[in-house]
Design a protein around this ligand. Structure first.
Ligand code: F3S
Length: 289
């Protein structure tokens, strides 16, 4: 029996980079002895956050908690891949923390565009979910009027001053098709908008690959947290292609018995599933089936 692991299973580039940064900082701290915090949980995966906690890394809930920590013991604060507002970085530095910026370069690019274009006098339009930390972070790099458009419907109802120069960007995980719809509505309305497509295709690539793999295997295993919506989506995609698709959180959930006719098993994983879990499952299936 052959086991095929999807190339883009698990962490995307930006999340992997952020998680690796934390582990690198832990290794450095062992030399320097300074406390380490992350600004928010580094990733939405309990196993990883627990492991970091056990290694003495504290996930700060926000700037208030950072202030409390600062009065006691300063050290390093790592910014996660979503990024944060410029003011948060400045405040953390003022509090005496060493800030290690693990913002995904694709998100950082949006911060730079928004900073530059707002300085040049343009109003900023962010197509994304208001309240999402990434969107709040992007908003925090704009020095001008900033609008958030959550859907094509909001775009239809959106108004601005006549001739107002707009720079339109999107949240990296926003649906590309919907972003295009918003852009089309803006064009139709004749807005003076320069558009930068900042949608990241990591999710799309993962899904397309999972679909293609599920279509050619006898059994498909999808690994990810119970509450992870992107893992659920992956499961649905795979299930459409492969009747024998299993959704598991960790190796412990894997209770399948495979008939002899099974020749090919495919594995993929949601965006917040760590490598070690994927490897464990992969090795187990290789050895035991
Ligand atoms: Fe991941 Fe960065 Fe894209 S965090 S989803 S690679 S924008």
């Amino acid at each position: 029996m052959e086991v095929i692991l999807a190339e883009h299973a698990g962490f995307c580039f930006g999340v992997r980079r952020a998680v690796d940064t934390v582990y690198e900082q832990i290794a450095d701290r062992e030399r320097e002895g300074k406390p380490i915090c992350t600004f928010g949980p580094i990733i939405h995966n309990e196993e990883v956050v627990k492991d970091l906690e056990n290694r003495g890394v504290r996930a700060l809930s926000g700037i208030e908690e950072a202030r409390e920590v600062a009065s006691d013991r300063r050290g390093t604060v790592i910014i996660r891949s979503h990024g944060v507002e410029r003011a948060v970085c400045e405040e953390l530095r003022k509090l005496g923390f060493q800030v290690v910026d693990a913002t995904c370069p694709f998100v950082k690019r949006i911060h730079n565009i928004v900073e530059k274009e707002s300085e040049a006098g343009k109003s900023i339009v962010i197509v994304g979910n208001a309240g999402h930390p990434e969107v709040e972070g992007i908003r925090g790099w704009s020095g001008a009027r900033t609008y958030i458009i959550e859907s094509p419907e909001t775009a239809e109802n959106f108004t601005c001053k006549e001739g107002e120069a707009l720079c339109v960007v999107s949240q990296t995980t926003f649906n590309y098709k919907k972003f295009q719809d918003v852009v089309e509505i803006f064009e139709k309305k004749g807005y003076n908008a320069s558009v930068v497509n900042t949608v990241c295709n990591a999710t799309e690539v993962r899904q397309a690959e999972a679909r293609e793999l599920a279509a050619r295997v006898d059994v498909m295993i999808v690994i990810g947290g119970n509450h992870s919506s992107n893992t659920r989506k992956l499961y649905e995609i795979c299930k459409q292609e492969c009747e024998r698709t299993y959704y598991i959180q960790t190796l412990e959930d894997l209770h399948m018995t495979l008939p002899k006719s099974v020749r090919l098993v495919g594995i993929t994983a949601g965006a917040s599933t760590p490598n070690n879990i994927i490897e464990e499952v992969q090795n187990y299936v290789r050895i035991n089936f």
